[in-house]
Structures are given as structure tokens and as C-alpha cells.
Design a protein around this ligand. Structure first.
Ligand code: G3P
Length: 217
């Protein structure tokens, strides 16, 4: 399974890039707004200069024609840009046009198997089921990730599954076990994944033991 970082925070992206474990970035309008900027293009271009992989940037338009026009513009920013389009009937119509032009689309705000199937059939490169938001309403978000993954593999659909709305490290483990192609994770979860209390205490013990002997010598 590959890992993407789900953020528009440049400092976090720079740090994660140095770790060598992140192969793409996903953003959304809320994440960009959190950085205090309305200049989506500049943020995406800066991200593209740091990470050489798929960078998802979301369209804000709602109507088919305006989604198509905006998606063409957004995808022209860089060859790495993947256009994020919410699953609506207008979005699907736009995806079917854009995919024929070779524009890569990440179908977002996906909350059902039917939505994922429609996205794949329309030609989306990725679908993003939102795990945490389904869990929030008492549904089983990870089950949906598993169902979509199985459906795409059973029917040889090339669309990749991005487990999104990941809230904690256990979500990441579950996404890997259930066969997601990618998990897109917040920076905080990435940091948590690297940590273990036994690693921390183990390092302290190694250093203390060695220091005690060094003093004797
Ligand atoms: O990738 C989608 C993600 O940004 C949504 O996460 O935590 O706002 O549900 P969250």
C-alpha cells in the first residue's frame, strides 16, 4: 500500500518528503483554507515542487460545464495534478468527458459502493471513500474500503482506491489489511505511525546502559 499525505501545509509536506515514505498529496478546499490562503494554484504548484507524484486539487464548480472548464484549468497547472471532483451526477458527466481527454480524476466524497462503481465506470483514476466521516455517523467506513477494493479487483476495474478521512494509525493498518491501494493520511497520523513507547524506552535504556559502562572505563 502507498501513502499520500492529506494536507496543504507546506512545512508538513517538506518534512514528510524527507522521510521518503510519501508518494502523493491530497488536498481539499477546507485544508487549503486552513493554511489561511485562497490561492489554491500557488499552494498546489509549491507542493508539486516538493513531491514528484500525484497531487490532488479539488474543483469548486458544481455544474457539469463549469466543472469541465475548471478541471481543464487545474490539470494544466502541472502534469502531476489530479483533479478532485465530488461524486454528483454533474461530476460524473464531467469525469466521463475529462477521462477521455486523459485528465486524471480523484472521485471524492465517496460514501457508498454504488458511488465508487459509477466513478470507476466514468473513468476516474482514483476513488476516495471517506472512512472517518462514515465512522462518525455510526457506519463502518473501512468495510466500504474493503467492498470497493474487492469490486474493482473482481471486475478488473483499473481505478485505485484511496482510503481517505483517516483519523488514527489503526485506520491505516486496517486500510492496508483490507487491500486499499493508497491511504491518504494527516501529518499527525504519519508521526504517530513512527512512534512506539517501547522504541522510546528502548533507546533510553540502550543509551543509559552504554553511558554507565563508559563511565566505568
Ligand atoms: O481526504 C479527505 C479528508 O481530507 C477528509 O478528512 O478528517 O475532514 O473527514 P476529514
Amino acid at each position: 500500500m502507498r501513502l499520500f499525505l492529506d494536507t496543504a501545509n507546506i512545512e508538513h509536506i517538506r518534512h514528510a518528503a524527507k522521510l521518503g515514505v510519501i508518494s502523493g498529496i491530497t488536498t481539499n478546499p477546507s485544508l487549503v483554507a486552513k493554511e489561511g490562503s485562497a490561492d489554491y494554484k500557488s499552494i498546489i504548484l509549491e507542493i508539486c515542487s516538493i513531491i514528484d507524484g500525484p497531487i490532488s486539487a479539488e474543483v469548486l464548480s458544481q455544474e457539469t460545464n463549469s466543472i469541465i472548464v475548471e478541471a481543464r484549468e487545474v490539470s494544466s497547472w502541472s502534469p502531476n495534478v489530479v483533479v478532485k471532483i465530488p461524486i454528483t451526477s454533474q461530476g460524473l458527466e464531467a469525469i466521463s468527458v475529462l477521462s477521455k481527454e486523459g485528465i486524471k480524476v480523484n472521485l471524492t466524497l465517496c460514501f457508498s459502493l454504488n458511488q465508487a462503481l459509477l466513478g470507476a465506470l466514468a473513468g476516474a483514476t482514483y476513488v476516495s471513500p471517506f472512512v472517518g466521516r462514515l465512522d462518525d455517523i455510526g457506519d463502518d467506513g473501512m468495510q466500504l474500503v474493503g467492498d470497493i477494493t474487492k469490486l474493482f479487483r473482481d471486475y478488473d476495474l483499473p481505478t485505485e482506491v484511496i482510503a481517505a478521512s483517516i483519523r488514527h494509525p489503526l485506520h491505516c493498518i486496517a486500510a492496508a489489511k483490507i487491500g486499499a491501494d493508497i491511504a491518504t493520511i494527516p501529518y499527525k497520523v504519519l508521526m504517530q505511525m513512527a512512534e512506539h513507547p517501547l522504541t522510546t524506552s528502548g533507546i533510553t535504556r540502550f543509551l543509559n546502559d552504554f553511558a554507565a559502562v563508559s563511565k566505568k572505563i
